[in-house]
Design a protein around this ligand. Structure first.
Ligand SMILES: O=C(CO)COP(=O)(O)O
Length: 143
């Protein structure tokens, strides 16, 4: 577990305003994290809260979701907040599913809506424990 936990923030277009509102509401807590975000989401967050330490990755449809998936399997992420749009078809739906699948494989704390993200940010789980998996072979890889 690194000294400063890393949290990934991602939002689909219809949920970007929701993400900005969420980040504004939690900005005092989020300064304690190293943040990564997909390109457009990250840009919106930094416009709203420039004091946050956020690294922008590629935009989701251009590989940003997969970059976050890679961080999960390399043990470089402690939590994922992903505000998914459940009402629109996505050209990169396979990437979205792949990211969620890896979050499940590695038992990554993952919040898909603001209500759960509020709970996640209050949780000691995000800060105190390293990620585990139900699969012993996966645990061996990330331990
Ligand atoms: O599409 C996304 C996640 O699947 C988010 O990507 P952007 O933040 O670049 O819009």
């Amino acid at each position: 577990m690194p000294d400063t936990p890393t949290l990934a923030l991602v939002a689909h277009d219809a949920k970007k305003d929701v993400m900005v509102e969420f980040v504004r509401r939690h900005r005092e807590k989020l300064v304690d994290f190293d943040l990564v975000g997909t390109g457009t989401t990250g840009g919106r967050i930094l416009d709203a809260c420039p004091e946050l330490k956020l690294k922008r990755l590629k935009s989701g449809p251009l590989g940003g979701d997969q970059q976050i998936g890679a961080m999960i399997c390399e043990g470089k992420l402690q939590g994922l907040i992903f505000f998914v749009d459940p009402l629109s078809p996505m050209p990169h739906d396979v990437d979205v599913k792949a990211l969620m699948r890896l979050a499940l494989v590695y038992d990554m704390p993952m919040a898909l809506n603001p209500s759960t993200a509020d709970i996640l940010l209050r949780s000691a789980r995000l800060k105190g424990l390293k990620t585990t998996s139900e699969t012993p072979e996966v645990n061996a890889l990330i331990s």
